[in-house]
Write a protein that binds this ligand. Structure first.
Ligand SMILES: [Zn+2]
Length: 480
């Protein structure tokens, strides 16, 4: 089978929990991880007669998300009921937006310049959470239900089927996650379920005008799961087409352990949900002034920060991309520069030793184990020749572990670079005396061997000698 004859078309539906303190239509807390069924009330339990009231902060964050993703916000939109029966949905309908969503026509731009179009962004409420007894949802004998999540505000962001590879899907999701995190609308954590992804995947022969039959993928709990599941589906569907078989319009479940998708049920169409306007809620009417106020309050987004780092601070694009992975990291870096740290050395230490340490310890970017003040002070010590870059690596580890200022650590441990001529002279003399053959080679014009002698002096001084000075002193002593 020649796989290159086939083309993949993927549209993504991303749900993000909006970072409000209370739920979409009632005043219950939205806190993650509280004991089951403690943040509930008649509204989010769907008790008869309870009336929903839209949360203004959720609307504000939804508009913020829409603007951050280049969408056009509709001044008038509407809440609808999406009807279906499932135990985690106590009202037997979900309040969502169907025909008139909050926002339309946005996009996410990939590094290649390709734009993945966003069809719509709408507000809705989350369902509760079912926990099935046993790992296999097809054989579990009973389920437990937690309604704490029921009614938590969500923005659903639906893309056009513009994504044509698993890698593009991943980049789209990473860019969206970063943008929404910087905009402050959600903490967008896949592992806590505050960002969830469903895929609509179809495959067709290249050049064919009509799209293939869409298959919906569920249970994608990480970006890695998304890319693996898409690669698997591309393979499966192109093989079926090759064999002249039909592709079923269905919902498939990604099995992470086996690395396969399995058929779950025939895919619902929108008619199945019998949408109609929610009679308990008025239309959502916004005015231009409100949208402008949200736009003005928009924090700097990753693309703007990258531009600033490259064009104003002179950082390489690579550094700028790495530093904008998280808003806390950006805040840290900006503070260092504000304190007088030179951008490139700050970036080098952040991307190198600091990130390596954080990765090893599993720390997140809101707990960077050193203060900007101390990092800048350490860079100052290197610049002034008080310590070498090599010693600084050890000092940094002690800063992580003790929280002490680098100057204090250097003093307490006697780590100052040895620069004074008298002390250096003694060590240099001893190295010259111990290596007569190498010294002779250097005298005979073999310049390269000087590096070896410098290394010996560094070793004898336990890394504390000032290498520039050692270099000069060795030349003077040998050649004079
Ligand atoms: Zn409630």
């Amino acid at each position: 089978m020649s796989e290159t004859q086939y083309e993949l078309n993927v549209g993504l539906e991303v749900h993000v929990e909006l970072a409000t303190a209370s739920k979409m239509f009632c005043r219950c807390k939205t806190k993650f991880g509280d004991p089951p069924n403690t943040n509930v009330c008649p509204v989010c339990m769907g008790l008869p007669g309870a009336l929903p009231v839209a949360n203004e902060e959720a609307v504000r964050l939804g508009v913020m998300a829409a603007l951050a993703l280049n969408c056009r916000v509709n001044l008038s939109s509407r809440f609808d009921r999406k009807n279906y029966f499932y135990p985690d949905l106590p009202k037997a309908y979900q309040i969502s937006q169907f025909e008139e969503p909050l926002a339309v026509s946005g996009y996410v731009e990939l590094a290649s310049g390709k734009r993945i179009r966003i069809r719509r962004l709408h507000l809705e409420e989350d369902a509760g959470k079912s926990m099935h007894a046993g790992d296999d949802i097809t054989t579990a004998s009973y389920s437990l239900l937690d309604y704490n999540r029921s009614g938590v505000p969500l923005a659903e962001i639906v893309s056009e089927p513009d994504i044509s590879s698993p890698e593009e899907a991943r980049e789209y999701l990473e860019k969206m996650q970063r943008t929404l995190r910087f905009a402050g609308v959600s903490d967008v954590k896949m592992e806590e379920g505050s960002m969830r992804v469903d895929c609509n995947v179809s495959v067709r022969r290249k050049g064919e005008a009509q799209m293939g039959v869409p298959v919906e993928l569920k249970n994608l709990s990480s970006f890695r799961a998304v890319t693996r599941a898409l690669a698997y589906e591309y393979d499966r569907q192109s093989r079926l087409i090759e064999q002249g078989k039909r592709i079923a319009r269905e919902t498939r479940h990604w099995d992470e352990d086996k690395g396969v998708t399995v058929s779950l049920r025939a895919k619902e169409s929108s008619q199945d949900y019998r949408y109609f306007p929610d009679p308990d809620l008025p239309r959502l009417e916004l005015d231009e002034a409100f949208i402008e106020s949200v736009q003005r309050a928009m924090p700097r987004l990753p693309n703007q920060v990258v531009d600033f780092y490259v064009n104003v601070l002179g950082l390489p694009k690579y550094d700028a991309e790495v530093l904008t992975v998280d808003p806390n990291l950006v805040k840290f870096f900006d503070r260092c520069v504000e304190l007088g740290g030179e951008p490139k050395p700050v970036s080098n230490w952040l991307m190198g030793d600091i990130m390596a340490y954080m990765n090893a310890k599993g720390l997140s970017y809101d707990t960077i184990p050193v203060t900007p003040e101390n990092l800048v002070a350490m860079l100052g010590l290197i610049k002034d020749g008080v310590i070498s870059g090599k010693i600084a690596k050890d000092v940094l580890i002690k800063m992580f572990e003790t929280g002490k200022a680098p100057g204090d650590i250097v003093k307490e441990e006697g780590l100052e670079q040895v620069s004074d001529d008298a002390s250096l002279s003694v060590i240099v003399d001893s190295v010259i005396a111990a290596n007569p053959e190498v010294v002779a080679q250097f005298k005979a014009g073999k310049d390269k061997v000087l590096g070896f002698l410098v290394g010996q002096v560094m070793k004898a001084s336990k890394g504390r000698a000032n290498p520039a000075k050692v270099n000069i002193m060795l030349r003077e002593k040998i050649l004079s």
